[in-house]
Design a protein around this ligand. Sequence first.
Ligand SMILES: NC(=O)c1ccc[n+]([C@@H]2O[C@H](COP(=O)([O-])OP(=O)(O)OC[C@H]3O[C@@H](n4cnc5c(N)ncnc54)[C@H](O)[C@@H]3O)[C@@H](O)[C@H]2O)c1
Length: 435
Amino acid sequence: MNIGFIGLGKLGLPCAVAIVKKGHTVYGFDVNKKAIEDYKNGTSNLYEPEMDHHLEEALPNMHFVDSMAEVISKTDICFVAVQTPHPPELDGSIRHNHVRKDFDYSYLQKVADDIARAINSCDEKDYKVVSIISTVLPGTIRSLIYPAMQKIISRPIEQGWGLCYNPFFIAMGQTMDDFYNPEFTLIGERLSGETPSKAGEILAQFYDTIQDSPRLKMTWDNAETTKMSYNTMIGLKIVFANTLMQICHNTPGGDCDVVSEALSLATDRLISKKYLKGGMGDGGACHPRDNLALSYLSDTLGLDYNVFDFVMTTREKQTEWLADLMCQHRLPKVILGRTFKPETNLVVGSPSILLANILQERGEEVVFYDPVTDPVLPPEVASVYLVGTMWQEFKSFPFVPGSVVIDPWRFIDRVPQNVELIAIGRNSGKQLAPD
Ligand SMILES: NC(=O)c1ccc[n+]([C@@H]2O[C@H](COP(=O)([O-])OP(=O)(O)OC[C@H]3O[C@@H](n4cnc5c(N)ncnc54)[C@H](O)[C@@H]3O)[C@@H](O)[C@H]2O)c1
């Protein structure tokens, strides 16, 4: 099939490449001309395994075109993966102060309008599927994007064109792999169930060529809600796991990994192992911001409780607790790892940065060391180090004698002599009294 892609950023490019590698031809358009030039030369600048190699292999069937109209005219399905940014202060790396806002849909709105104009110039017999991937709050397609497109397109929806909301469930650093192996595929349509859309059918046929996960057809609103609740339930799971970590840390005989391991076997009544591990707060470009946006929606809908604000506040309190533990030691403060997780160069929504901000509020100076973002070793003086991210190389980090290492991940196995290792979430050194 001929597939279009509008927005070839962190999500769009690896997915477009993955589609080409399954035998399709992709016509892609992005306003970032510099990025497109790099892509044409086989350089993605993305921290994804073997991305440039995959890109180079895909290039013969990957056409970077100059206009959205060209994408629409040449393709059957057009995916839209442009940014829907949050206000920078609401990424989870600084205190949220209970501020709640929706995302900025101006990029998505502009693309939807341009696509609508392009569809309007196409023949009605040439059915076009528009498939939006960008993350949006529930109700956005129905109340904002679709009406704006319908205003421009002279034919009603389903007459020569269709619109699906089709979010992807991928984690940065494993985008292609997650695209090929999703737990399910959401196909959001205007009407659900009995009146399936042609667009949804075409999209399902396309996915038959990619993977065989369950296809879940539902309304746009339900697909939007499922996507955002997936991300935010991870945040909820993490604050829960971190609460167990805090309890176990203060309980003689406590070990949060033993508790999490046991809970993770309850796959019938509870859930999987993933994210059920005490450590730093949830991070990244999606999860904290999605919680904050759903906080906004909870208020807008007049809910008399706000579980998303609760998650974000708990995440912040748990980070404050780590700051307390660091401040118990009158030593320079070093955070190991600025990125939001290992094996990435992304720092958006990083819990390590939130921790640094909280320490700085208290007048502490903070030095970062990170293999990618801050590769200069900290001064060789005894310090209190906090392991913010599980980069492998931290296991053999040259900790200076006289230092304290605080490890919320229980990841460091050994430290040099005269260095104290505090594995957070395990009995914090208080021995059980013998029977
Ligand atoms: N990154 C993820 O892990 C992930 C996962 C699932 C969903 N999402 C969602 O997908 C969307 C995109 O995320 P991303 O991380 O790829 O963002 P990104 O900023 O890396 O990429 C967006 C791309 O869209 C391009 N763009 C903007 N306006 C355009 C226009 N008018 N025409 C053509 N291209 C245009 C930008 O130049 C950029 O390259 C967001 O809504 C995000 O929340 C992201």
